[in-house]
Design a protein around this ligand. Structure first.
Ligand SMILES: *[C@@H]1O[C@H](CO)[C@@H](O)[C@H](O)[C@H]1NC(C)=O
Ligand SMILES: *[C@@H]1O[C@H](CO)[C@@H](O)[C@H](O)[C@H]1NC(C)=O
Length: 361
């Protein structure tokens, strides 16, 4: 369908960086652009691929549909995807356009636009001070700027629904965003997440925090000692995967592609805001929590453990006292560890997520 072609975008941001380039990223169900943005200025540039009309009839049809009542073009949903620790934006498009692990393809297939980016301190984004600057509050404000930009009808395109989807630390950022900025998003999807912090320190210990530049000087040359990575394939497996429900090649790629987390981030995960941790009464829009049944970081390996009569994932509801019961949902993919998108269950999980988004309108 044509609409997915020009409402698809991909954005990478850099922090206080002056360069801006564009390149193509391939997607099967739409077109994406990868761009570098300076977000220290108030104007965020926006790169959208508008498929060139193949002839005059196609152009006229575009104008007619764009200006029609109930135009599909103005009824689109935009998703903002925030990756977690160890990953960069490619977590959402893992394996590329032909991969069943690509969440981007699932979103495009549903007719949504999706914006993803490398978080501050990660991948192609800037790497300012890893203790004072790269922290939860800074990153939440970056996400807010990106949402506000999506809401500002860039190039005349308007979306009518804005959904945030996070993984792990990215989910924690969405909860901090909900707490500080209320209903900025129409819906919030928290993957690889729960409000149970009881196992977080065990998993941090087994994550074997390693100065990134030491084992991997080629990739992380020049990064300070505040940028850390999980040590090796085993420690990545332990925290992110559950055996044997993944392709070993996916674990290999997750290990070799690992990205650093700063000490500032690790110390602010559980204290997202000056106001302190949960609950988040300012937010009342729908929430979906999607956490693998064997999540080691957020469920200590068993999300069906009962806490106050409900499982750990359902217990997350307590953080959102003003989200009506009917607007709070959970999905617990079976045989799935923390890296929800990287297990064999991913296609089914994406189907559930898209069904949930469709149910909102
Ligand atoms: C919107 O998209 C649907 C599905 O492709 C199509 O049937 C419908 O005619 C479109 N509506 C408009 C106004 O273009
Ligand atoms: C999204 O939220 C905005 C602001 O609250 C609201 O105007 C809009 O109708 C919402 N869209 C959907 C699809 O709920």
């Amino acid at each position: 369908m044509i609409l997915t072609t020009f409402l698809t975008l991909l954005q990478l941001i850099t922090f206080l960086a002056a360069t801006q380039r564009s390149s193509r990223l391939s997607a099967k169900h739409g077109s994406c652009y990868e761009s570098y943005q300076d977000i220290s200025v108030s104007a965020l540039n926006y790169n959208i691929k508008l498929a060139p009309p193949k002839d005059q009839d196609a152009l006229t049809d575009f104008v007619v549909r764009y200006t029609s009542d109930n135009s599909n073009i103005t009824k689109e949903t935009a998703e903002l995807a925030i990756h977690g620790i160890n990953a960069d934006h490619t977590y959402w498009h893992f394996g590329g356009e032909d991969s069943k692990y690509s969440y981007v393809e699932a979103a495009l297939k549903a007719g949504h636009a999706i914006m993803m980016y490398d978080r501050l301190g990660v991948g192609k984004s800037d790497k300012p001070d890893g203790i004072k600057e790269v922290q939860m509050p800074t990153e939440v404000e970056i996400a807010v700027k990106l949402i506000e930009h999506l809401q500002s009808k860039p190039r005349g395109l308007s979306f009518n629904g804005y959904i945030g989807i996070g993984h792990s630390y990215g989910s924690a950022q969405l909860t901090a965003l909900a707490s500080k900025h209320g209903n900025l998003l129409n819906g919030t999807i928290l993957t690889g997440y729960s409000t149970s912090a009881t196992s977080a320190s065990h998993s941090y210990a087994t994550w074997t925090s390693t100065i990134a530049a030491e084992p991997d000087p080629e990739r992380f040359n020049g990064l300070p000692s505040t940028s850390t990575v999980s040590n090796n394939r085993m420690t990545v497996q332990q925290n992110f995967f559950t055996y044997p429900n993944y392709d070993p090649a996916v674990l290999d790629a997750t290990t070799s592609g690992k990205q650093p987390a700063t000490l500032g981030e690790l110390l602010t995960i559980l204290q997202p805001l000056p106001a302190g941790p949960t609950p988040y009464p300012q937010y009342s829009n729908p929430v979906l929590v999607v956490t693998g049944d064997k999540d080691y970081i957020f469920c200590a390996g068993d999300c069906y453990q009962q806490v106050d009569g409900v499982n750990i994932v359902a217990k997350t509801k307590e953080a959102f006292p003003n989200v009506p019961e009917s607007s709070f949902s959970t999905y617990i993919p079976a045989g799935t560890g923390h890296a929800v998108n990287l297990h064999f269950s991913a296609p089914e999980t994406y189907e559930e997520i898209q069904k949930w988004i469709a149910s909102l309108s």
